[in-house]
Unconditional design. Sequence first.
Length: 368
Amino acid sequence: MMSRRQFIATGAIAGLGVAGGLAFRSLRNGEIAYENAAQRTWRPMASGLAADARMRELVRYAALAPSSHNTQCWRFKIGARSVSILPDLQRRCSAVDPDDHHLFVSLGCAAENLVQAAKTMGLHAEPLFDSEADGALAVALESTKALQSPLFDAILRRQSTRAEFDGKPLSNGDLRLLEAAGTGKGVRVELITEPRAIASVLDFVIQGNSAQMRDPAFVRELKQWMRFNDADAARLGDGLYSGSSGNPTGPDWLGGLMFDMFFKEKAENDKYARHIRSSAGIAVFVSEADDRAHWVEAGRAFERFALQATALGIRNAHLNQPVEVASVRPAFAKSIGVASGRPDLVIRFGRGPEMPRSLRRPVETMLI
């Protein structure tokens, strides 16, 4: 007969086995949910759709654009021959983006995706920023000849690649194509490829990152938008998925604990140093004027740059600390020869691996 002690020990082992099995099943279910959500998010454009479904498909492609912390800080209003893109201030990031600069850049990215997607549907899209209408972008649509462009094809493959690149330089031809794509109305892009100049950018990235890491509000906001596991990423459809940065995924409580333990200034600075030193170059987008209309245009220019890079097999990732920290921005601007206007975005580029994809919320949640 089994003794009481043996019974308790056996029960404890069995309980651990059951708990382990349940945990494994939960993790596997999360993986399946993420994989299904990723397939839905990044599925190709449907054909043969009715008019209203085509407009929703345009919105879906617009929402595949990047946004600050992947907040998807936009709303859409569909008209008979137009789409309006409006800021969603409930999704603003007040710590990292107190003047809503990145929010309006994000609207510009969405607008550019819509422009590229409209072309393949036989529609000419003309975004017009209305500073009097709560910062809305009105996009008029007119019939034209359908055109399938490499930039449209790149929308489903574009990603912000938070990983080390291969360190190899790009050809002059590739650099010219990136510069042309990244130039807009009142916006230019400075491509920095000389090692000493890249090292100078790294210095400013570390200055800005150190300032942010010492700001409890910044760290708290970033943690709020982290999605530490597959299940949460799939359920919420927004935010910064750990897997997309090459970080391990796990239960939310464990992810939060690990974030608190390991998200430290020196470790982050060392990571950014490795990332920058592995890059082929740095792109800095500069607006002629520091206003919302130009921020939107900077977003459009950046998205064209990112799509052109993707079409060429080139990865990119943001390094916006030098332009996000107000006390660092003027010295950074001076270091790259910007006497007027505003440096909007700092982007590293090069060839590197594909990372797990970020997700998006359903179109229905973004419509007005």
